[in-house]
Write a protein of this length. Sequence first.
Lengths: 348, 329
Amino acid sequence: MKDVKGTKGFSTLLQNKFGYIFGIYVFTFILIMGSKIISPNFGTWSQVESIVVISSLMVLIGFGQGLVILLGELDLSIGSIISLSGVLTASWLSFDPSFNNFFNIILILILIGLINGIGITMLKVPSFIMTLAMQMIIAGVALGITRGTVPGTSPLFLEKLMTGKWMSIPIPVFILIVMAIVGTFIQSQSILGRKLYSIGSNRTASHLAGLPVNLIITVAFIISSICAGLTGMMLVGYSGGATLSMGNTYLLPSIAMVVIGGSSILGGSGNYLGTVGAAIFLTAISTIIQALGLSQGWQTFIYGFMILLVLSFFRKELYVLAKNLKTDIKGLNYTGNKKSSEEVEKIN
Amino acid sequence: MDLATKKPKKSSSFIHLFSNGTLIAGVLFLSIFSIYVSNTNNALSIFTINNLFNNTIALAIAAVGLTLVILSGGFDLSVGSLIVLANVMIASQGAVTFGELGSNLLFVFVVILAIGAINGFFIAYVGVQPIATTLATMIMCQGIALVIMPSPGGSVSPLIYSGLTSTLFGFLPIAFVILLFIMLLWALLKRTSFGVNVYAIGADERSATQAGINTRKVKFLVYVVASFFYAIAGVMYSAQTASGDPNGSTLFLLLVFAAVAIGGTQFGGGKGGAVGSILGACILTLLQVTLFAVGVSSFYTSIFQGVILILSVVLGSLSSKIGRWGESQ
């Protein structure tokens, strides 16, 4: 039987959770520094700055989606929620930036999360389907209330927030750092976070232990909805307007950054710092690829390829396969015949 | 009484009818169809029925492929992209003769099956989660499609777009014939040991492994066979749109998943079938035309589709509860 030697060495280092997260940050750093080889314009502070600013738009949904995935569920409605929130922000808050309007938008977001939660916990609809349906419904609602035309304005306070600087550092950078600290604290250290990990690992045991499972799941979806909504607002401030499809490009990356960040898609494990690292990593890759000047198609292809590479790079099975391949190759002596099993044993 | 000889009570056959998720889909389909017929002139003419089939078939075949993956307990986000890739590969060639078309289609099938094999390899042998792998391949295929055709255009061979969308003998829609062929294929697949293994793995993977099933090989093959269906769906999609569009994938992806869910296939695997998914696809497209016929603004179509999706899943789980209650009486 082939020896499953994956217990020592590089692959083990990566298997350890914190080693993995540290690895992502280091890899991203090397990537950015290494891109200097391609052109002196790369790897500069301003490029790093823009990468962090763009990442800051993603970390909030990464948090929301991360909490949901921690439970072993999925929230596919965030794309439409971002768009709806953006549309409402552009329509209401641009002309009347009052706390009243802001609060109303938050209420709508809470309602959406509540509907998701009720459908998933009480009606027992699988989260994938429930949030998929909500994605369709919310997109339809947004289309219906705007009749296809969206006001192209954004509230002044949001624009100042997203494009302004403090101590000559863009404000979004601070948003990212604060979010990283707060988010990691909530997910890993708070009581709510602990309960989420528990439910994600073993729902039945958590239920029997007395946790209000349905309530917590609903809360997670409400948080996810609010995060998506806030991201929509940030986007409006950043780009100066809203469109009906602005949120669509954020759905799949939100899943990607949680998964690449080390969380298990089945729930029960993960660390928000990893998600943040993955967000920066993905943004860095797409920025560098874009700057390479390749066509849109090649950019997209390389982006997907990198994701697959990173994902499989951290799988033990890959090393087992490679090792077995090595043994097979060594098992052929110079005349091309397979060596006897004793000789193979000696190699190992 | 000797327990060994006590026969289990046969559940009332009426209740038993309700425990089938596919049946719910069928009922839903018929109700929507009747609304459609009562609101459209010439609803039952050959022309409109042919149109209905042509508009549904790509979604239906894609849903069959995805059903196989979901049954095994897996997940496939690359459905939309593979179909789009097939579409641009066909539209960029615009084959005229049978020979050109033949080699074009052969190449398309080889490429799509190869990508399915890549999916299967990374999922079954490297162990990357299906959702993550297919996410990556989806993005890669999107990229390749954009490289082949940076913006919508091209032309699909007339042999396909008029050949596959018309009728045989003047009244039988070719799309319907193809659909029957697919259903036959599925019925055969279900009866092979491969088909049985897929259901087994989906129901309980660990038991299946311990029962001696080579789970890795079956999981690998699932993605390859599914991609075969996606390739066919891609051809039919090209027949329907008659041009190439590298950007169409996300909406289609959602609809394919919705079709599978409406059809009653469980997302954990092990339960369901292609017939339901085909019905689900029919319901979704029929809904679109019915809403239009009734006079609902097209702005609200997706709201209805979303509500139907939730309703059908709730009805499905409700019906299986009724079925279990019926059996316990």
